[in-house]
Design a protein around this ligand. Structure first.
Ligand SMILES: [Zn+2]
Length: 132
């Protein structure tokens, strides 16, 4: 059974699309910024230790560390996008209650109601605090 009106679904879809576009843009911006930064460091080192392979490895490490949260957020939003059309979309994964539409507009990737999210963050040492 659907938990939301067409109007609410439209608002959630729109919020999800906007957040997805935002985080995608942020990842792209972060990648080119770190590439520039890394390039500058390697160019300053002089010839000899600036192989393409070394550059690729350091860029990979840098991106992974700096963009980890962005990639996670992007992945969560992509998953939410897939759930949107399923009848169970918006059900709290812990207690099964329908998550209020306003919460999903603010956090389209939310998978728990506020009560369960609070309990979850308590039992997981504040990980992902405040983001969802
Ligand atoms: Zn719940």
């Amino acid at each position: 059974m659907r938990h939301y009106t067409e109007q609410e679904m439209t608002a959630i879809r729109q919020a999800l699309a906007e957040q997805l576009a935002g985080v995608t843009e942020h990842i792209r911006a972060g990648l080119s910024e770190s590439e520039q930064h890394q390039f500058t460091a390697i160019l300053g080192r002089g010839a000899g230790d600036s192989s393409d392979e070394a550059l690729a490895i350091s860029l990979g490490d840098l991106s992974a560390a700096r963009l980890d949260m962005d990639f996670r957020q992007w992945h969560a939003l992509k998953e939410a996008e897939q759930r949107l059309d399923k009848p169970e979309f918006g059900e709290c994964v812990d207690c099964g209650a329908a998550i209020p539409a306003a919460r999903l507009v603010a956090s389209p990737a939310a998978q728990r109601c506020i009560a369960c999210q609070t309990a979850f963050e308590h039992s997981h040492g504040g990980q992902a605090r405040g983001s969802l």
